[in-house]
Design a protein around this ligand. Structure first.
Ligand SMILES: Nc1ncnc2c1ncn2[C@@H]1O[C@H](COP(=O)(O)OP(=O)(O)OP(=O)(O)O)[C@@H](O)[C@H]1O
Length: 606
């Protein structure tokens, strides 16, 4: 899984992988490599050009002391200084332009790579991935990397290159003064590495506290109806407020640990004047250096470690972004689902499970499941909650792959059928119907983008959805709210069935919703399902047992195994688990429909 586990989050000692973003950069740089190198060279040139005025002053002062000063000399060096400033300014602008072009190129490729990779992961993976996480991976995290790729990288490398070049120059001018100028730098770096080490240990806790705070606020807002109905506003807000407090605590602890040493670093890096000046004055007094050299070190030496501050300011950006880049890296390392380009002709559309075992992670859920759902028949999966019915259904379109055994369609292992062909062959109606924020017609047409208006309407009629659609003010052109929120649950499911009818897939898997038990809707949904059946392999995960009393085959799932199978009459007569489930169901229905419950089954749902 790409999410950082709770244990990792709790354990603040998890170290940051500072190179995570750079690894992604190398992987997706492609043709942008040259542009990046160009940007770095230009930025180095620009920063070096900033030193020309200092060099010019040094030359003028030296000339003044040696008696070689002339107006033309001063003018030449002034012109050089001004020219260098202008050229440096232009070069830096160009460097940033290039680094942005390269960064957006890499981020575009990275986003595409993540999206392509996600499309090749088992579909079940997304059931476990909160939709916010998916967006974070594709949109937000790559976006943040722009700060590293477009700014951090060229600025850091050019700052380091410039610092090294100036160091060499200072050593060439006078090695003793150069040592005096550089002396505080190693000490300040030792302090910084201690500060960074301490802060990086808290990085995971920092990220997790931030993520929890966000999640808590979003949940608080999203769960407002439930919070209000149960009158838990105070408790619920207390939890959100605790999450915000926890974040503040982590940030404060981080700041307390980082700031003293971090502050000492910034002070020391720029404190070399306290060494340069006394050492310089002694050497001047001894006649070892001349005044221009002392001035050069005072002007240049005192500030020359400034680029290093720029470099280490990037540390915060990199630390902030590395955790996200690590998650993106882990997502990209998830094994994709094996696929084949072969287009096969399936001899028939019988679906067979052959000694299938499967589990989520370490946990076994299905054990040695074998059955055949015949084309043209209705096969029902029934059993207690959590017995594995939905899991069996989800192995058919390869939402997950089996652990052992095989699932076949027309005798061919689903893993040998291309994913494209498999998706064309199998339609899956989910318990939780997903509708897009688009018109009703567009939602139905999603099953077959080429369908005409007449075909869309015919599918809606077959799904018993046409009448309620026509009763809406804009009919088929009625826009739906987010996730179809403006329709009732039963209406949403009939739209989903219409979409499936239009898809016209030979194998249909229907994970029956439990929630829509009001009699009108139920009868309509039953008729809609009837329309799906003709000539197809229909596999229904059934909760309301009377809906499958006529099924050609009923498989009773218990603890991940098939405990019984047969038709309704035979199974009820057998007196086993199915008979018990049926009796239980009939009793529950009788209670729900008793006149003392005016709301009927709806009342029972509350
Ligand atoms: N994505 C998942 N990750 C981990 N465990 C899962 C996942 N999906 C289901 N499970 C577990 O697998 C077992 C079987 O779940 P499944 O949804 O197949 O049961 P079910 O018979 O369809 O239940 P219900 O009738 O309540 O829908 C359950 O214990 C469930 O907690």
């Amino acid at each position: 899984m790409t999410r950082i586990s709770d244990d990792e989050l709790e354990d603040g000692s998890q170290k940051l992988d500072y190179l995570a973003s750079f690894r992604l950069l190398l992987r997706y740089a492609g043709g942008a490599r040259k542009t990046f190198i160009g940007a770095i060279l230009l930025a180095t040139f620009a920063i070096t050009a900033e030193l020309v005025p200092v060099w010019s002053v040094y030359q003028i002062v030296t000339a003044a002391f040696t008696g070689a000063l002339s107006w033309s000399f001063v003018l030449l060096h002034t012109a050089l200084a001004v020219g260098a400033i202008l050229i440096g300014f232009a070069a830096m602008g160009l460097a940033l332009g290039l680094s942005h072009i390269a960064a957006f190129d890499v981020i575009y490729r990275l986003r595409l790579g993540i999206a392509r990779h996600m499309a090749r992961l088992p579909l079940g993976y997304f059931a476990d991935l909160p939709s916010g996480d998916a967006k974070k991976m594709v949109i937000d995290e790559p976006e943040k990397m722009e700060l590293i790729f477009a700014h951090g990288l060229p600025e850091s490398i050019s700052a380091l290159a410039t610092w090294l070049a100036v160091s060499v120059w200072l050593f060439v001018v006078d090695w003793r003064m150069a040592i005096a100028a550089i002396l505080t730098t190693p000490i300040s770096f030792v302090l910084l590495s201690i500060a960074v080490g301490g802060a990086s240990k808290r990085a995971a806790a920092f990220q997790s506290a931030g993520a929890r705070m966000n999640a808590s606020v979003v949940e608080y807002l999203a769960g407002m109806p439930v919070v209000k109905i149960f009158n838990r506003t105070g408790d619920s807000f207390a939890e959100t407020s605790a999450a915000v407090r926890a974040y503040v605590d982590v940030v404060t602890a981080w700041a307390r640990e980082y700031l003293p040493l971090g502050g000492a670093f910034y002070t020391l890096v720029l404190a070399n004047i306290v060494i340069i000046l006394p050492v310089g004055l002694v050497l001047l007094h001894l006649g070892e250096i001349d005044l221009p050299t002392l001035l050069l070190f005072v002007i240049l030496g005192a500030n020359y470690s400034q680029p290093l501050i720029k470099l280490f300011n990037q540390y915060h950006t990199i630390a902030h972004i590395s955790m996200g880049s690590t998650l993106v890296g882990r997502l990209l390392d998830e094994a994709p689902q094996a696929d084949t380009a072969r287009q096969l002709t399936l001899p028939d559309h019988d679906v067979t499970f052959d000694a299938v075992s499967f589990g989520y992670g370490e946990r076994d859920v299905l054990r040695d499941v074998s059955f055949t759902a015949k084309a043209g028949e209705v096969t029902a999966l029934v059993g207690p909650s959590g017995s594995g019915k939905t899991t069996i259904a989800s192995l058919i379109p390869r939402f997950w792959d089996v652990r052992t055994g095989r699932v076949t369609i027309g005798g061919i292992d689903v893993r040998d059928i291309s994913l494209d062909q498999l998706m064309d062959t199998v339609a899956f109606v989910f318990q939780d119907t997903f509708l897009f924020s688009d018109t009703i017609a567009a939602n139905i047409r999603f099953g077959n983008p080429g369908a005409t208006d007449e075909e869309v309407e015919a599918a809606a009629k077959a799904a018993r959805a046409h009448d309620f659609i026509m009763a809406l003010p804009q009919g088929y052109d009625t826009p739906l709210g987010e996730r179809g929120g403006s329709l009732s649950g039963g209406e949403r499911q009939r739209i989903a069935i219409a979409r499936t009818i239009l898809k016209n897939a030979p194998v249909i898997v229907l994970d029956e919703a439990t929630a829509f038990a009001d009699p009108d809707n139920e009868a309509a949904i039953q008729e809609a399902i009837g329309a799906l059946t003709a000539g197809r392999t229909l596999i229904v995960v059934a909760h309301r047992l009377h809906t499958i009393a006529d099924a050609d085959s009923i498989l009773v799932i218990d603890g991940g195994r098939i405990s019984e199978s047969g038709r309704h009459e035979a199974l009820t007569a057998r007196g086993g688990l199915y008979a018990w489930l049926w009796e239980d169901y009939v009793n529950a229905q009788a209670i729900a429909l008793r006149p003392s419950h005016p709301g009927g089954s709806k009342g029972a749902e509350q």
